[in-house]
Design a protein around this ligand. Structure first.
Ligand SMILES: *[C@@H]1O[C@H](CO)[C@@H](O)[C@H](O)[C@H]1NC(C)=O
Ligand SMILES: *[C@@H]1O[C@H](CO)[C@@H](O)[C@H](O)[C@H]1NC(C)=O
Ligand SMILES: *[C@@H]1O[C@H](CO)[C@@H](O)[C@H](O)[C@H]1NC(C)=O
Ligand SMILES: *[C@@H]1O[C@H](CO)[C@@H](O)[C@H](O)[C@H]1NC(C)=O
Ligand SMILES: *[C@@H]1O[C@H](CO)[C@@H](O)[C@H](O)[C@H]1NC(C)=O
Length: 276
């Protein structure tokens, strides 16, 4: 086990009843953890409950880590002073990267409500300090979420709900710089290909349409309508073994040709034109 590859960062955000959110982050050595959504619920006690859970978790980690001798937990606290947001989406790139993204969002309280405001913070020092990123975006940007390429942490895509249609901001520099692309549809979710770093599946939840891109989001083609939420995936290594299998996409969709449109079919096809 190499030491460096095992340094990971843990976060905790407290949303106070006032307008402050505090970020607690700690370095520790463990397996990778995936992006985390932290959401404030209506229960006034939830913050202290979360905090005590978090403390217990850290204690547990520290104890477990202690025997191997090499580990010392480092914690930082940082105030995101200006936020009135009630959710935070946090991701540390991992793999020797000192970059951490925090996207705080204001989610409308009505059920199914969208994101009405957000701000992006970025740390380049393992969470000691964070810089607001708004200067790198235009002022109509409302970032909804973001997705990091599993094979290359430099590649990050942020989804924006600009003018209620789609726009994405693509970074190939771990957030140093971003390039915006306008889309004619909106995206809710992006799925990176397991091997090809620039291949993406994009899903428009409201329209139930699945798209793909082979140039990191610059151009897209439509694969299928009426695709079931979360029921689509890229080719599976060692299972899909036919020629060109890396460009296979599997998904479930509703066959509207069969009345009354309640027939669900599973389809596999080749990108970009969904050839059988
Ligand atoms: C947050 O507020 C504290 C105290 O007012 C200040 O020391 C700190 O620099 C502020 N942080 C940011 C990111 O503005
Ligand atoms: C992290 O960096 C160290 C030294 O620079 C290197 O040996 C190691 O392979 C890197 N780990 C990863 C996951 O990139
Ligand atoms: C956005 O920026 C433009 C030009 O800098 C400015 O005219 C406009 O008022 C700004 N809009 C908002 C909502 O801040
Ligand atoms: C990750 O992407 C960057 C930017 O495109 C590229 O320069 C770099 O070589 C890539 N790294 C890997 C490991 O593929
Ligand atoms: C595999 O891809 C290559 C290049 O796109 C194409 O020429 C070939 O016909 C494909 N093979 C099959 C079986 O689809």
């Amino acid at each position: 086990m190499t030491k460096c590859s095992l340094i990971f960062v843990l976060f905790f955000i407290i949303f106070c009843c006032t307008t402050k959110a505090k970020i607690h982050s700690s370095q520790y050595l463990d397996r990778e953890i995936s992006p985390t959504l932290i959401s404030q619920d209506d229960n006034a006690d939830s913050n202290s409950l979360l905090m005590s859970r978090y403390k217990r978790f850290l204690l547990y980690r520290e104890r477990r880590a202690a025997p191997s001798g090499q580990k010392k937990l480092k914690s930082y606290k940082f105030d995101l002073n200006d936020t009135t947001h009630n959710q935070a989406l946090i991701h540390w790139s991992g793999k020797n990267s000192s970059v951490i993204f925090i996207l705080t969002r204001k989610k409308k309280t009505v059920s199914g409500g969208g994101i009405s405001d957000s701000s992006l913070w970025r740390s380049t020092n393992y969470g000691k300090t964070y810089e607001p990123e708004w200067k790198k975006f235009d002022n109509k940007t409302i970032l909804n979420s973001y997705f990091v390429c599993p094979g290359n942490i430099s590649k990050v895509i942020f989804i924006d709900t600009y003018n209620n249609c789609g726009r994405i901001w693509v970074s190939t520099t771990e957030g140093e710089t971003y390039t915006p692309y306008m889309l004619s549809f909106s995206l809710d979710k992006i799925e990176f290909h397991p091997e090809e770093q620039d291949w993406l599946l994009g899903y428009d939840k409201q329209a139930s349409v699945l798209y793909c891109s082979q140039d990191l989001g610059k151009t897209w083609s439509k694969l299928q309508s009426y695709v079931t939420t979360d029921r689509y995936f890229w080719y599976v290594k060692d299972v899909d073994t036919i020629e060109n299998s890396t460009s296979i996409v599997h998904f479930e969709y509703r066959d509207m040709d069969v009345f009354p449109g309640r027939t669900f079919l599973v389809k596999s096809c080749f990108i970009p034109n969904c050839d059988p």
